[in-house]
Design a protein around this ligand. Structure first.
Ligand code: FAD
Length: 406
């Protein structure tokens, strides 16, 4: 069947509908529109919209951006201060500073413009309220009461989205992050300029961060969901120790982060999920923008294939191929980051020591941040493999192994 296009197109009928104008959805919409599909991008909020996020773009994110994107970078971190809950701070210098600090409102708006520039129609202030499928048609009801139809739908509606529930995404790890955007005076701004802080925290698998953005610092903490009182106390302590508790924050919000279970579905019929909606996120750092951009691009291409599928077998092949592509690239990364997270939960002190005292480990992490290697690449470093093997010899709860360098 031909795509819904040209004179045969009925009102409310599209080739591809994309839900959510974050990095995943805007990329999927851009790729679908670039490939000639009549594409509608629905966004619940009014663009530009605020998003709870550090806004740190690592090399893999920068590499996945469309050429010529209008990118407003507020700082570039070349120095990394690592700490262990307020102790043993050490600042390391990057070989080539590449972690770019952006405000998500500006970044996501620029990505939306890039999708619109190649023909995607953008409707903000329009939420997906419900969806169903019949044959090769996906039907969407919006919060405004419209009924829309498409040959394929990409759900990129974030970590608590409706499409993930519809597809049945399953998670192996769910965390809660609390974050504040704090305006800073010139002295504080100068203290943080070009330097970010990562500090391993007191709760299992937790850390706090400060990301510099000129006259604002984005600072927050993340830990496993389930202990909000302890997390709030940790956040107060963390912000207080770093002099970021005084000024009234511009935003003070919380957000869930979710990591998928291996084998969790990435589609249901002609509905695909990408980015946070698919729970594609680094287990350890909770970095997700590169996952959203990369999976969004793959989902956009898969949606194009679905639009042109000549029969059910062709449509199946399109969604199977999407699942294989995600698994081959992002699945490998997530398995490696899950191993790293396991090591970190069991022994944050060991991870801190390896990272800050063994130059080879820092060089690998630095290369990952710059986009020259992957998390899987970090995990094959001999010293990291030795740390994993050492920790595995001690079951959780047993006496901790001695820390190298202590
Ligand atoms: C505190 C915190 C800090 C983080 N820091 C970093 C960082 O520094 N670097 C990094 O790489 N990653 C970071 N992440 C992860 C990163 O924010 C996410 O992985 C990324 O935003 C995922 O992009 P996305 O496009 O999948 O979803 P989102 O960016 O969440 O976009 C989803 C969009 O869908 C819209 N939407 C939701 N429901 C509907 C609906 N029903 N209809 C229409 N639209 C809908 C939402 O309004 C939203 O605009 C952080 C996460 C948190 C929580």
């Amino acid at each position: 069947m031909p795509p819904f296009s040209g004179p045969t197109r009925r009102p409310g009928a599209w080739d591809v509908i994309v839900v959510g104008a974050g990095p995943a959805g805007t990329t999927a919409a851009r790729v679908a529109a670039e490939n000639g599909c009549r594409t509608l991008l629905l966004e619940r909020a009014t663009i530009p919209r605020y998003k709870t996020c550090g806004g740190g773009l690592i090399g893999a994110s920068l590499a996945a951006l469309p050429p010529g994107l209008r990118l407003n970078i507020h700082d570039t971190a070349g120095q990394f201060t690592f700490g262990l809950n307020g102790r043993r701070e050490r600042t390391l210098t990057s070989a080539c500073p590449t972690i770019a600090m952006v405000h998500r409102s500006e970044f996501d708006e620029a990505l939306t413009e890039a999708a619109a520039a190649v023909g995607a129609e953008v409707r903000d202030g329009t939420a997906l309220a419900a969806l169903e499928q019949d044959g090769d048609t996906v039907t969407v009801r919006t919060g405004r009461g419209e009924t829309l139809r498409a040959r394929a739908l990409v759900g990129a509606d974030g970590s608590a989205g409706k499409v993930a529930r519809y597809v049945g995404v399953q998670c192996a790890q769910v965390d809660l992050a609390l974050e504040a955007e704090v305006p800073v005076d010139e002295r504080t701004s100068a203290r943080w300029r070009g330097r970010l802080l990562m500090e391993w925290g007191p709760l299992p698998g937790s850390f706090g961060w400060v990301f510099p953005k000129g006259d604002v610092c984005t600072a927050g903490v993340v830990a496993a969901r389930g202990n909000p009182v302890a997390l709030r106390a940790y956040k107060e302590d963390f912000l207080g120790r770093h002099g970021l508790l005084g000024p009234r924050p511009l935003h003070d919000t919380g957000h869930l982060t979710r990591c998928r279970r291996p084998g969790s579905p990435l589609s249901r019929g002609r509905v695909l999920v990408a980015g946070d909606a698919a729970a594609l996120l680094d287990h350890w750092s909770r970095e997700g923008i590169s996952y959203a951009l990369r999976s969004g691009g793959l989902a956009g291409s898969a949606a194009v294939r679905l639009v042109h599928a000549s029969d059910a077998a062709d449509a199946h092949e399109a969604v199977d191929r999407y699942a294989r592509q995600i698994d081959d690239v992002l699945g490998v990364e997530m398995r490696a980051s899950s191993t790293l997270m396991d090591l970190f939960v069991r022994s944050p002190g060991l991870v801190h020591t390896v990272l800050t005292r063994l130059p080879l480990a820092w060089r690998r992490l630095d290369a990952y941040v710059a986009g020259r290697t992957s998390v899987a690449g970090i995990m094959t470093t001999p010293v990291v493999r030795a740390a994993v093997a050492l920790t595995n010899r001690f079951p959780a709860g047993a006496a901790k192994p001695p820390l190298p360098g202590r």
